[in-house]
Design a protein around this ligand. Sequence first.
Ligand code: HEC
Length: 159
Amino acid sequence: MRAGEKWVLGIIAALGLFAVGKSLWQMGLPRNQDPGIPFYSTATPELARNGSDLYRSLGCKDCHTLWTVRNMFESVPAPALDGIGSLRDEAWFYAYFSAPDPQAILPSRLKKQYRMPSYVQLPEQDRRTLAAYMASLKVKDWYLMETRKAEHEKLTGKP
Ligand code: HEC
């Protein structure tokens, strides 16, 4: 091998090492991670169980989406409840569920049969459980604006 060839081979080897080294170094760096699901609940296991039992037995999912679940056969444009506890607090939910006319608290743009029903007839304990459960449904800060926008759009029909 002549001296010139050695040089060329040396440079190729050095470039190769550099490329491998660089990609190894990059693998170790934190990347743009998938931020994951923004919704979570702060409910104790007991509240989560009692709350979702009520939620199911009262047919809330006929109109609302929660944890991406809703009744496929209904198409009421009600707000999704994921993250709702970051937009409103427990006292508000309790007052809303206890109102004989919920639309006096939150106006509706929908026909009567699609509106939020009154749950004033429900035992007080159940209304308290539902309110606490709703208040536990949180959204992470980075998705709060999106959640607010989606809620506004459902309530008003406008973007
Ligand atoms: C007949 C359909 C229907 C059913 C059943 C229903 N909702 Fe609603 N709900 C709505 C609609 C529609 C709204 C938006 C206000 C309106 O149009 O009256 C709403 C609003 C709400 C809000 C306020 C959301 C916001 O944007 O602040 C909460 C909380 C809520 N519902 C929880 C529940 C819970 C819990 C149940 C079951 C106990 C339930 N809903 C059952 C239709 C329904």
